[in-house]
Design a protein around this ligand. Sequence first.
Ligand code: ATP
Length: 620
Amino acid sequence: MLTEREARRYSAPKAGIDPDPGKSWMRRALPVLLAHKGIFATSLILSFAGLVLQVQIPSLIQQAIDHSIVAHERPLEGYVWPIIACAVAATLAAFISRWFLLRTAYALEYDLRNIMYERLTLLSASFYDRSQTGQLISRANSDIRALQRYLVFAPAVFVQCGVAFVAFGYMLSIDVPLAFVAMVTTPFVYILAVRMRRVMFPVSWLIQARLADVATIVDENINGARVVKSFAAEQNQLFSLAKAADRVRWGYTKDADLRARWTPSVQNLPRVGLALVLLFGGYMVIQGRIEVGAILAFNSYLLMVQAPFQQLGMVIMLGQRAAASAGRVYDIIDEQPEIVDAPGTPDLVVGSSEIVFDSVDFAYGDGPPVLRDFSMSLRPGETVALVGRTGSGKSTVARLLARFYDVDAGAILIDGQDVRQVSTGSLRRAVGVVFEEPFLFSISVADNIAYGLPDAPRNEIEAAATAAGADRFIRDLEDGYDTVIGERGYTLSGGQRQRVAIARALLPNPPVMILDDATSAIDVDTEQRIHHALHGLLAGRTTLVIAHRLSTITLADRVVLLEDGAAVAEGSHEDLMATNPLYREVLDEVTDKEIEDDMADMSGAPRAQEPAGGQIEVRP
Ligand SMILES: Nc1ncnc2c1ncn2[C@@H]1O[C@H](COP(=O)(O)OP(=O)(O)OP(=O)(O)O)[C@@H](O)[C@H]1O
């Protein structure tokens, strides 16, 4: 779990993506790049300086050949030492420049990833309802890397192009006609490189998309491993993964094929330029118009000039890829969270924790209405069980109370305050939720329980676990409270996970609790003990229990029946049983599971999910 010290070390990005969607993707990303302008500019300046030093070397070699080796006018060392000095200085400059360039690249990647992640944490539940994990992971990885590569390496290549002009200037200063002859192939090198990248771009793009598909299948395979196994569907899964992997392989093969066809031409065309220099230059040397050293200098300059033009093709391709990646990353960054706190939104002031659902209408997105004119109230300190057929909207009521979604009409009030008018942080601190399928993190049990209150002392963590009936089994784990549980808590049984989740919700001591079928995987006896323990501990706490089992329902002070999106009856379980045929009918439907459980008890068969629970000790 993140300690406070570690949390302080998180350095938030200094700048964000420009929010104006009308601007080009690069202009929108510019503030993030400019936040690192110091090291980036240093890198580019040093790169330029290093390359300019390199440009000196052919000229010095030319002079050494002409003046020392051929004409014996000057000592050779007079050229050798400056050449060595230039080479050392250029190497040093290139090293430092590259170091700064890579630092910029990784800083930029870190910032972009955090900007995206910060947005993801802000986004509402509805966004996650429609997003695929594999696609999000792919955006956070390959798309952000594509942006980073272009933003950092394109300027570096442009600097190299600038130096190419300096080299061309040197060539012109030696001999103008020969300089133009030497450059004859350069436009073709550029055109070839651009064409090559243009042909290769769709393939490399396809590879990215197919890799994202593989990521989605792998993600589903791992997360749904139990379902796959229970249907003995491993072969099918392997087949679909193999199919997706084969599509990736096709992409890579195509990429290699195109590369093999184009790269030799792009790499060897500059050599035609060298041959032309030798032909025309040699002719000019024979005629005595230039010295022999000039040919050597021209050869080196020519390679210097053509290298960045070869790379320009790659930069163009990176630019196309980055533009498409930016589109996908910006899709997330531009996504507006549906639930936001306006500046100055007050915190919830918790009083006696009375909850009112006042004529609530709700539908998920454009879907059919789930709640219609739904009204219900929970008196302070009361435990209310919500009962309804499957899919009738019980969990939706819980999600709306914790404001994972906003109501379409009507209002939800806690102590007279509309949940939309108070800060979401204060609301969620006041409302503890335990879902049927609790998500646990791959950290220790103690850290899981202290998730909402990382600084909680161990004795409070243990007290919460005790109240949730989890203390005994946690102590029996290999490292007790320090046992690190497997991904999503899958090394625990369903009932154990639920009890850890109840302890997690109890620890911050929220005045309102929602138990969304939170004891469904716990045997009836343990459930009763938990509820009794909670009764003492939750005195004064208002609790909404979503119940599928008679044992859970009977623990509530009052029952509300949900049918067709509205609360159609309420009262004590006994009263409703006696007076309301619909309630009896719904109960017959929803308590089937309990009957199955009871039958399992009678036959002495062990429950699938829940090992024997320990006696619960509630600390005073
Ligand atoms: N995230 C979602 N996006 C779209 N529709 C949803 C979503 N969650 C639930 N629904 C739909 O809303 C309706 C109510 O679902 P809800 O989960 O609230 O029912 P429930 O009464 O809790 O069901 P159960 O007893 O089976 O848990 C269902 O028709 C369901 O298909």
